[in-house]
Design a binder for this molecule. Structure first.
Ligand code: ADP
Ligand code: ZN
Length: 206
């Protein structure tokens, strides 16, 4: 099964992707994570991407599309994958249509007010990538692996507002683009409540 998770920044895509990944045995591909890995390793793609990411802008389509294309050509993607954070523009979606057939798109629907509230509390594990929020877990180390948690450089109010604006303008049009394959779910405070209907929907597709 080839799946896309669509939703604004902080809508909970990453958390949902992890649940789907473990239940359905699909590879999770996050373009944000791929960029951060490139930045950490100081690659050419990473250095270029950082200048956009730090401003809350999208990385240019040509760069993002070729990175994603290389990733899904990998052996581990043969049986399917979950895309988290890609596509984010209609041009990316069109490029993806030419690469492979997407079976379903899950839209995670969360009001922008709620998103701003969550945004500044997000903490990420430096080792395993687990995501927390200070509103429910206000400690400095990861529950799963004990590594330090950190706040991402781009999780500040100015960047968050930019990212929401970019989402409205560039990514929201994908809701219409994928209308024939879309399953919309309201993002709840409790990730389990969000996941339940999604799980039912995906089981129906097997
Ligand atoms: P979030 O899900 O919190 O919005 P991500 O980790 O998915 O953040 O992405 C972080 C940043 O990486 C984005 O703000 C953007 O600059 C860049 N990025 C990620 N995916 C894409 C994409 N598909 N196209 C362009 N830029 C991207
Ligand atoms: Zn961890």
């Amino acid at each position: 099964m080839k799946l896309i998770l669509l939703g604004a920044p902080f809508s909970g895509k990453g958390t949902l992707a992890r649940k789907i990944q473990s239940d359905f045995n699909l590879v999770q591909i996050s373009t944000g994570d791929l960029f951060r890995e490139n930045i950490k390793n100081g690659t050419e793609v990473g250095n270029l991407a950082k200048t956009f990411i730090d401003k809350g802008q999208l990385v240019p389509d040509s760069v993002t599309i070729s990175m994603l294309k290389a990733r899904i050509a990998n052996e581990d993607c043969k049986n399917g994958f979950i895309l988290d954070g890609f596509p984010r523009t209609v041009q990316q979606a069109e490029a993806l249509e030419n690469l492979t057939k997407i079976d379903a798109v899950v839209l995670l629907d969360v009001p922008f007010d709620e998103i701003r509230r969550r945004a500044l509390g997000r903490r990420t594990c430096s080792k395993c990538g687990e995501i927390y929020n200070t509103s429910s877990y206000d400690k400095t180390t990861c529950l799963k692996c004990g590594s330090p948690l950190f706040q991402r450089d781009d999780d500040n109010l100015e960047t968050v507002n930019n990212r929401l604006e970019v989402y409205e303008r560039q990514t929201a049009p994908l809701i219409d683009f994928y209308a024939d394959r879309l399953f919309a779910v309201k993002g709840q405070d409790n990730p389990e409540d969000t996941y339940k209907p999604v799980k039912n929907f995906l089981e129906g597709k097997l």
